[in-house]
Ligand binder design. Structure first.
Ligand code: PXG
Length: 399
């Protein structure tokens, strides 16, 4: 079968809920991937930051295959010998008290919504069914009904209602708006430290610090969705560290497995997570021994192999390189660590054709919100590889 055969199969039998670049990948190592014809590409998307540790990291692969031969799934009806170790290690690493293990990012978000609502009723004393959660305009937290219900992206939500109530949306980066939106029934503020899907939108300095202060003053739980920004992507283990804060609740996913397997988690303090009791929430696969073994190794690899510092250094090198671009249609180049956005002026037209040209030159990336290209390679990228990426982008963007 050739590339077109695979594309035809996907188009004939699959739901058309994506419009991927027409590159059919069959192999990956580190920052590089290969298509079915053997052509090699640098992966500057890293599966939306799920592959921070690089494709097919040998240590994670080994942990996965070893565990897969021993025990994969018990359900939570029984205990397993990986879950407790995973809990302990991730709590120690992130300074959390309690962990709720899930699979996908959206499930972690759904789980945190349930958990803070429960806390609101049992601890804060919000009247039944009145809990409110504040979110931000242009957020991206996943694809479930409740999550798309509080999205401001019409494509994501139109045609899928009715949606659950209890969410208020405010502008991102605006602490006064947060203060104004809080009511006695507000239980939580859910926010991405940097909005990824909105186009790598970095809030003003100190935004999270101020938001935390306001939340504390009003007995509102601060929930950071670090599913994309977390686990080294921005040059810190968690992006909250840039503001010197620790959120009450933090969501991680994606790179928690290094891209091998869906693993997500809600990281919490004891008070909020303490309100969940047996039978109130769960998942067949959440916390399974295969997931835990993979996640344990994925976390160790991130720290022990210096990937977080590398993300900070290589991110700066990448950003500095992109700042030498001269195309007058560039509106802004911004980034933190290896989460970088290159935004064009509206008159430049959509960024997708540039992504197609970059693909032809061996660099894979993705436009987001029409006008912005995001560069987010695996955190194992080397200086030479960054320089190659910048040169390649220059050839396409500056012409
Ligand atoms: N929160 C954030 C900040 C995310 O970027 C999710 C939650 C949801 O994670 P899951 O594992 O449920 O996809 C994300 C996911 C897509 C897509 O194809 C998803 C993301 C980015 C781009 C595309 O649905 N991020």
């Amino acid at each position: 079968m050739n590339a077109q055969d695979f594309i035809t199969l996907e188009e004939s039998y699959g739901a058309h809920n994506y419009k991927p670049l027409d590159v059919v990948l069959s192999k990956g190592r580190g920052v590089w991937v290969w298509d079915v014809d053997g052509a090699k590409y640098m992966d500057c998307l890293a599966a939306y930051s799920a592959v921070n540790q690089g494709h097919c990291h040998p240590r994670i692969l080994q942990a996965m295959t070893e565990q897969a031969q021993k025990l994969t799934l018990t359900s939570r009806a029984f205990r397993n010998d990986q879950l407790g170790l995973f809990y302990k290690e991730i709590c120690e690493l992130t300074n959390s008290h309690k962990v709720l293990p899930m699979n996908t990012g959206a499930e972690a978000v759904e789980s945190v919504i349930k958990t803070v609502r429960k806390w609101g009723y049992e601890v804060k004393g919000v009247p039944d069914n009145q809990a409110e959660i504040i979110v931000c305009d242009n957020n991206f937290h996943g694809r479930t009904i409740s999550i798309v219900g509080f999205s401001s992206d019409h494509k994501a939500k139109t045609g899928f209602g009715p949606f659950p109530p209890g969410f208020t949306s405010i502008p991102f980066g605006d602490v006064q708006a947060l203060e104004r939106a809080i009511t006695p029934n507000t239980v939580a503020f859910l926010v991405e430290p940097i909005q990824g899907e909105a186009g790598v939108i970095i809030p003003p300095d100190g935004y999270l610090r101020e938001a935390q202060k306001i939340c504390r003053q009003n007995n509102v739980v601060l929930i950071l969705d670090e599913i994309q920004t977390g686990l080294g992507r921005t040059g810190k283990l968690l992006a909250e560290e840039h503001d010197g804060i620790e959120a009450d609740l933090t969501l991680v996913g994606k790179a928690l497995s290094g891209g091998f397997y869906p693993v997500s988690a809600v990281l919490s303090n004891s008070e909020v997570m303490g309100t969940l009791r047996p039978g109130e929430h769960g998942s067949t696969f959440g916390g399974n021994p295969l997931a835990c073994a993979v996640a344990r190794e994925a976390l160790k690899v991130l720290v022990q192999e210096g990937m977080i510092d590398n993300a900070a250094r290589m991110g700066q090198r990448f950003l500095d390189g992109l700042k030498t671009l001269t195309n007058p249609l560039i509106k802004e180049i911004r980034g933190r660590g290896l989460m970088i956005g290159l935004e064009f002026l509206p008159q430049a037209g959509p960024a997708r054709p540039l992504c197609i040209q970059l693909k032809k030159k061996g660099l894979l990336c993705k436009d987001t919100h029409g006008q912005t290209i995001r560069f987010a390679p695996p955190l194992v990228i080397t200086p030479d590889e960054v320089d190659w990426a910048v040169e390649t982008i220059k050839e396409v963007v500056d012409g």
